[in-house]
Design a protein around this ligand. Structure first.
Ligand code: 5AD
Ligand code: SF4
Length: 449
């Protein structure tokens, strides 16, 4: 049924916490609200409604949200601004925030189409009401809100997760895994390209398990990638996250085949110890993971690989930590994201295992892997010295406005003096210097035809 549209003259502002998926969801929520008669404000203090798109994967993200809500209570009191949390939040924290009147409403990731109703109820002081919860919702029929002068964006192709890693809250907050209709995905990417976007990152907790079936038609992730690369040949295509357990040779071959599919794989390992991987229910061993990395490098030699590693998981001993260090040394990743384990209420690990690695040990191990990654990143970045890279220009460098900022196909940041070009252009850049996080270069003029 078509929703009644009325001009509400109510503005909203969204703050994002957590992952790329939340950024993509905020653009979906913005589209829904604009369609329902609200308008987006660029100014937090002037908005009638502030939405906080929260993440509860790690305790730290939840604490950041709580701190921010506290910090902004003065606006709520002064202007009677409505505060709403969207995204992932554990039930305990949600109930507490509502009870303490820190927020006026909460909308979970499967109910965004109902967000206007939540706001209307909150406007008359009703915090709880029954709403439809669409466990199969993909939002594939909602076009993300287009921002001016943006050339790169995210698009969710799968939602939820069925993997049940024992430490992870995602299957509980986002529900079962489902895939979007590939024809909507292709149409959306085409629309983005026509609106000036030059790069799209396809998102899912586990993109490799993408599968869409209707009647006799069945499309998997490698086929989706192949279709997109052919249909939109000038669009750069990225994807995240790949699960080592599900990544197939077919996907690797498609990445290798198309120059517009970026040569970067984010491949969370979490731990280098088989004992810990088993406790985490990760469904692969370190040997399988190492052989997958070898396969990636033999099929796509120029591919960069990044990781997520979690340190201090339940029962992690010094020898398990050493296994992680050893695996990192064997792979020498381009970059990675490292965390120390925080128990999440509701997860298997929270219920069944003891969080028995002391905080100071977690901290020490985390520092060790961060320092080691920095060393590996520096080494990997130096491999680019003297090489010419194709860089998609995303904007001005924050540190020096006379430099452009962009990324190469391996998702590594490149900065170089402006000279010419504009945002959205692809420049050939010769790398002359490198830090552990940034490649520095100059425009390469001597292009051989
Ligand atoms: N504690 C710490 N890190 C976590 N992650 C997921 N759950 C937890 C947790 N309970 C990390 C994993 C995952 C990344 C998105 O967040 O490394 O890959
Ligand atoms: Fe969480 Fe594991 Fe699913 Fe990733 S694959 S979202 S870590 S349950």
């Amino acid at each position: 049924m078509e929703k009644k549209k009325e001009k509400l003259n109510q503005s909203f502002y969204i703050e994002n916490y957590g992952c790329q998926m939340n950024i993509a969801d905020s653009e979906i929520v913005t589209s829904i609200l604009c369609k329902d008669g609200f308008f987006l404000s660029e100014n937090l203090e002037k908005a009638n409604i502030i939405l906080f798109n929260s993440c509860s994967i790690r305790e730290k993200a939840e604490l950041t949200l709580k701190k921010r809500l506290e910090q902004l209570q003065f606006i709520k009191k002064k202007k009677k601004t409505l505060f709403g949390v969207i995204g992932c939040l554990s039930k305990k924290v949600k109930d507490l925030l509502l009870k303490e009147k820190k927020i006026d409403f909460f909308v979970n990731p499967n109910s965004y189409k109902e967000i206007s109703n939540f706001i209307r109820h909150a406007m008359i002081g009703q915090k709880y009401f029954s709403f439809s919860y669409q466990k199969n919702e993909t939002y594939a029929d909602i076009s993300p809100f287009l921002k001016k002068n943006k050339i790169t964006t995210f698009l969710s192709i799968t939602r939820g997760c069925d993997n049940m890693c024992t430490f992870c809250i995602v299957p509980f907050t986002r529900g079962r895994e489902r895939s979007s209709n590939p024809y909507y995905i292709i149409d959306e990417c085409q629309r983005l390209y026509q609106n000036g976007y030059k790069e799209i990152t396809l998102l899912g907790q586990n993109v490799d398990s993408y599968r869409w079936t209707q009647g006799l038609i069945s499309i998997d992730f490698s086929e989706l990638l192949n279709l997109l690369a052919i249909e939109i040949p000038l669009m750069r295509i990225r994807f995240s996250t790949s699960n080592p357990h599900d990544m197939s040779d077919k996907v690797l071959k498609v990445i290798h085949k198309h120059s517009n599919i970026c040569k970067h794989i984010h491949l969370p390992v979490q731990s280098g110890s088989n004992k810990i991987l088993k406790l985490m229910n990760r469904k692969y061993t370190r040997e399988k993971y190492l052989s997958l990395v070898n396969k990636i490098r033999s099929i796509i030699p120029e591919c960069s690989i990044s990781h997520d590693i979690m340190t201090g998981f339940c029962n992690e001993e010094e020898k398990d930590h050493k296994d992680t260090i050893d695996l990192m040394n064997k792979i020498q990743y381009n970059y990675g994201y490292m965390f120390s384990y925080s128990p999440r209420p509701g997860t298997y690990a929270y219920r069944k295992f003891k969080d028995n690695v002391p905080q100071d040990v977690k901290k020490k191990r985390l520092k060790e892997i961060i320092d080691l990654q920095k060393k590996h990143s520096s080494f990997r970045m130096k491999e680019y010295l003297g090489k010419v890279q194709e860089v998609l220009i995303e904007g001005e460098s924050k540190k020096n406005h006379r430099y452009w900022y962009g990324r190469n196909t391996q998702n590594l940041v490149v900065v170089f003096p402006k000279e010419s070009y504009k945002i959205g252009g692809i420049a050939s850049v010769k790398i002359t210097d490198a830090t552990s996080a940034t490649l520095i270069g100059k425009i390469y003029k001597d292009v051989k035809k």
